[in-house]
Every structure is written in C-alpha cells, then in structure tokens.
Write a protein that binds this ligand. Structure first.
Ligand code: SAM
Ligand code: SF4
Length: 372
C-alpha cells in the first residue's frame, strides 16, 4: 500500500497494490473519509491530515537538547547523552522545515527544548519565522532563567506567547526539583512578561505527590492579582524520570482540592484543540488550567506534531516512532519528497496513546530529548 498526494490540491490519494481503488474497499473508505473531512470546512493539506481527520496545524520544534536546569521529572539523574552538534538541525534547516510546514497549513509554532533560550540563534530564528506568511502564532516554552534579560528582544523579534515552567513557590524546593539555583530569576522573568503585556502568561507546573501537591492552592492564589494562567500538568512517564502511578496527582484530585477552597471555581469554554481544561475563580485576574494527558487524554483533538533537535518528526509525544527529516534534507531531497515522508508519517499516527500504564512501560526518549 502506498499513499501519494495530488500535487495541486494536496488531497491524499491512497493507492492499493491490488488495484487503483476498486479492489480495496477499506482504503477507498479511508480515502473518502480523509477527503471529506478536509472538505467539510476550509481546505487543508492532506499531508498534515491523519486518518482520523485531525488537522495538524501546530508544530513544536525543539531547538536544543541542552538545558541550564536538571528537572527531576525531565532529565535522568545521570544526565543524557547529547547528540553531536553536527547532527542537530542548523538554523537554516530549522527554517526550511518550518517554512514547509507553514506552507502546508501550520499556523502555530512553539519553540521548546531542552531550554530554547540558551540557543544562540533563537532571536534570528524568531525573526525569520515572523516573516512566514500564514504563521499566526510564535510561542516559546522556557524555564525562565534567561527570560527577564532576553524578553525585550524576543518581543521585538515577534514572540507572541510564553509558557514559563515553575513547579514551586518555595526557593529551597525549587533547587531540589530542578537541581540548580535560580528561583528568583524565574520569578523575575514571569513579572517581566506581565509587565511587557503578555496576557495571559502561562505558568507550567508539573504536580508530583509528596513534592509540590501541597502548593496547589498557593499557585491558584497567585492568579488573584496577576494575569497568569497557571497550568497544572499531570506528571508523565518518560525514560529515566522514575515515574510511578502513586506520584501522579490526577486532574480530578487537584480540582476537588481547589474546589474545597474556592467552591465558585467556574469552568471556561473548551476550544476545539485546547489541551488545557481551564477554570477561573470569579473576580481573579488570571485563571488555572489542567493538562490531563494521563487521566483524561485529549488525543481525539490533537493537532500537534513535534520535531526533535536532531531533526526527527514525532507524530505523538507518547509514541516512539520517528522519522528523520534531517537525513532527508541532507540527502538533497526536494520539498515534494520531504512532504511525501511527512505525509506518510502523519498517516501512520495512531488514534490515541496506549494509556498511562502502557506508556510507563514503553521505551521513549527522556522528555529533555523530545521537546515538551
Ligand atoms: N526547558 C523548557 C521548560 O522547562 O519550560 C522547555 C522544555 S520542557 C521539556 C517543556 C515542558 O515539559 C515543561 O513545562 C516541563 O515542565 C514539562 N515536562 C517535562 N517533563 C515532564 C513530565 N515528566 N511530565 C509532565 N510535564 C513534563
Ligand atoms: Fe530543562 Fe525544561 Fe527539562 Fe527542566 S523541564 S530539565 S528546564 S528542559
């Protein structure tokens, strides 16, 4: 079986080996379905549409495997083996790939890592991304360590959205979780982002039992006076992060605890591809969100694709199948050949991840090498 794509409209053409279409009813149905799903609303590239009709308009690019912190839930204690620099995507390769995806319909790019703000060309990359017609949103996920210093330049280059990671409001605990100092720098980065008009500033907080689940209410209280969206993330298993079921605090448990303090907490409408379920305490400036990847997966509305710093396309955070775009790029392939490979990988995307117990057993990269 072989998928190809119409070079004019980028609708998918699924060809069976037995006959063009006639001999293989399931394939014909799949073809019809993918095309119908694309025609229901505005046309969208079939390369980026999967067999379940999900349109992938959001690309996360990891800019580096390096980091200036060593978060327990992300980095194995012994560190990770870094890919040699020559095997990471260069500035121009990042931009070539981004351009191709945007041409096919990607509207949002998030730069992540490792710590994206330690990559020396991050400002150049954002400046060039800003020029791409059709790209509506450029976002960065950062640990905030270099943020206060870089933010004016990031904003000038065209950065639209910021997620800053912070798992505790207690400086000593911060040092324990991230195995480095720097709490005040992160807080300074958050305040600077608010001062510069980012609204909401999203704060990512991975909740772990016995570590920071006692700070849930303090984090919610932070949204009273600040236009923050604190996003509580269920602790996810990746290679080397010592995940276990007991350490994970589920969305429902977090919600119940917060509701005991603020019974009036109200849920906000859910956007079609939103991953966070968001809530607000009436009268508070900010809001809170929950990323429920473990207890209530949102695979059905997933519109994300990921590119690792070494240039692999990963269609699911919890899937270990990857395809190297770097190698294809470096072989001198045309855009069309690259698109064929991307389209085939998207076509193989599974309906949903295997569930929390299976993914905790599965071999995957550590989070730092994926790009969150
Ligand atoms: N260094 C940047 C940062 O920390 O924001 C960007 C990369 S980091 C891998 C992206 C996000 O993934 C962070 O918000 C981090 O908290 C989250 N993350 C990492 N490991 C995780 C895990 N095991 N479970 C849930 N979230 C995790
Ligand atoms: Fe670094 Fe971000 Fe991973 Fe922490 S979560 S180790 S800051 S990449």
């Amino acid at each position: 079986r072989k998928n190809t794509f119409c070079v004019h409209c980028h609708h998918v053409l699924i060809l069976s080996e037995t006959s063009q279409f006639g001999g293989n009813a399931p394939l014909v149905r799949e073809l019809g379905q993918r095309q119908r799903l694309n025609e229901e609303v505005l046309p969208f590239s079939a390369f980026l549409t999967d067999n379940f009709g999900r349109r992938h308009s959001y690309l996360r690019i990891s800019l580096t495997e390096k980091c200036n912190l060593r978060c327990q839930y992300c980095m194995p204690e012994e560190g990770v083996k870094l890919t040699p620099r020559s095997q990471l995507l260069s500035t121009s390769e990042v931009l070539t790939v981004a351009q191709l995806f945007v041409r096919e319909g990607v509207e949002k790019i998030r730069l992540t890592g490792g710590e994206p703000l330690i990559r020396p060309d991050v400002l150049d990359i954002i400046t060039e991304l800003r020029k791409l017609e059709g790209l509506k949103t450029i976002a960065v996920t950062t640990n905030g360590m270099n943020l206060a210093r870089l933010l004016p330049k990031l904003k000038e280059a065209g950065l639209d959205l910021l997620n800053i990671s912070l798992d505790t409001l207690v400086p000593a605990k911060f040092e324990f979780i991230v195995r480095r100092k720097g709490f005040h720098k992160v807080m300074e980065g958050i305040d600077k982002a608010i001062e510069m008009g980012y609204n909401p500033v999203k704060v990512n907080c991975v909740v772990m039992r016995g570590l920071n689940e006692d700070e849930l209410l303090d984090f919610v209280a932070l949204t009273e006076k600040k236009p923050l969206e604190v996003r509580f993330i269920e602790y996810m298993p990746f290679d080397g992060n010592k995940w276990n079921f007991k350490k994970m605090v589920s969305y429902q448990e977090m919600l119940d605890r917060i509701r005991q303090q603020w019974p009036s907490l109200e849920q906000l409408p859910l956007g079609k591809t939103d991953t966070a379920k968001t809530f607000k305490v009436p009268g508070f400036q900010g809001q809170v969100g929950f990323i429920t990847s473990m207890s209530d997966q949102f695979c059905g509305s997933c519109n994300r694709l990921r590119i690792t710093a070494d240039g692999n396309l990963k269609v699911c955070l919890f899937g270990n199948t990857e395809v190297s775009l770097r190698d294809v790029l470096r072989s001198g392939a045309s855009d069309q050949e690259l698109l064929d490979i991307i389209g085939a990988a998207v076509g193989r995307k599974k309906k949903q991840h295997a569930g929390m117990f299976s993914i905790s057993q599965m071999k995957n990269r550590p989070m730092i090498l994926i790009g969150g």
